[in-house]
Design a protein around this ligand. Sequence first.
Ligand SMILES: [Cu+2]
Length: 417
Amino acid sequence: MNNNIKIMFVLPIFGISILASNSVEQPVSIPNVAGHLTTTKHPSTKPVENKNTHMHASKFTKEWINPKIKLSPPPPLMGKQMGHINTIGIPSLGYTMDGNVKVFHLIAQPVEKQMTDGAATPSWQHLISKKNLEGFKMHHHNVKKNIKGWGYNGSIPGPTIECTEGDRIRIVVKNELPEPTSVHWHGILLPNDQDGAAPITQKPIFPGETFTYEFTLYQSGTYMYHPGFNIMKQDQMGLAGMLVIHPKVPERHIDRDYAIMLQSFAMPAGNDYINIATMDFNRFTFNGHTAPLIPHMFAKQGERVRIRLANMSMDSHPIHIHGFVWQEVGTEGGPIPLSARRKGATINVPPGTTRDVEFIAWNPGLWRFHCHKIHHVVNAHVDVPMGLMAHGGMFTMFYVEPKDPKAPWQPPTPEES
Ligand SMILES: [Cu+2]
C-alpha cells in the first residue's frame, strides 16, 4: 500500500490538520478524534481503530512548488474564444464536445506571473488628450512586481468558463500543486458529490491525480470556482476563476460583456511570495494585475455594456465608475428581478459574492473605473512620503469611443440614463 492510499483513509477525518501541521520533518502521530471517541463511552460510538498513526505530513512540501511535479503546458483550448466574455487580461477557455457534454480542462498548478510593471505605459495612456499632459509627465513607479502563486492553466485567476443554461458540462481537473486540492463550484445548484468540498463530498485530488466533475446547469448568471480543500491557504494563493452561465433566452443583447475577478494579496516588500498568515493585504488586483498593468475596457458610444465582478478576497470592494450610472442586474444568485434592480455609480462587492452591472455607453471619453477604498488603489503604499502618488491596485479605465468626436456633449436620454 503506498502512502497516497494511506493518507486517503485518514483524510476524511484529519485532512486539513495534517497538512497544517508544523512538524513537517517528523512523522506526525495522528491525534485524536479516534482517541476522543474511545473515551466518550457513548454507547453508539465504536472506537475507531486507526492504523495510520505514522503518516508523514512531509509527503506534501510546504514550498510553493514541488520540483518533482512536472508542470503541464496550458490545455490545447486555453486562449480559444468560444463565447463573448472578455475577462480583461486573462485568456478564455474553449471546450470540446463529447456527445452533448461540453468538456473543459483545468490544471491547478504553481504560476509565476507579472502582477505589474511600474515602468509600463498603461494601455489607456495614449487616449489622454495631449494638452492635458503639457508640462506634466504621468508618473508611474518604476517598481515591477511578480507573484509566485497558484492558479489554473498557468493563469491567476484561472480562465473564465463560459456556458449556457441547460448545458451539461464536464470539467477535468488535474492537480499539479504540491498538495491535495479540489474544485468547488461557487453558487452552482448541483448534486452534493459534485460540490468539490473535499474531503466532505469527495476524496481530495492528490498531486498528479485527475478528477472529473460533471453536472447540468439549471441557472444563469455569474459564478466562481475555487478550491474546496485547504481553502484557507489555496484561495489566498490565487486559485480562483469565474464561471459565467448565459441564459437560454437572453433578456437583451449585450455588446460588451466584461468579467473581473477581485483578489487581494499580502506580499512582503522585495518578495514575490504571498504571505497567507496576515490580513494586511497590500496588493489589490483586477484579474491578477494591479495598475498600471490592468488593461482598460472599451465600448463604442451607444453600446450596451455588462461588467461582471466576482470577489474572492477578504475585503469588500466598492467598485466605482465615472461618467455613468449603472443598474445592478445580477448577483451570485442569478439575475435580479426587474422590480428590484437598483441604480448606482458604485457597486459594493462583498467577499464571496458576484455583482453584474449594466449601462449604455452614452457618454464618450476616458472614464476612471476603480475600487473606492483608497488604500486599494495604490501598490503597497510605496509612496508613503506623501508626494504625488502613482496609481496602483484596483484601478483602470473605461473608454467610450465617440460616434462623432466633434459633436457637442449631450446629456443622456431617459433610456440611456
Ligand atoms: Cu477595494
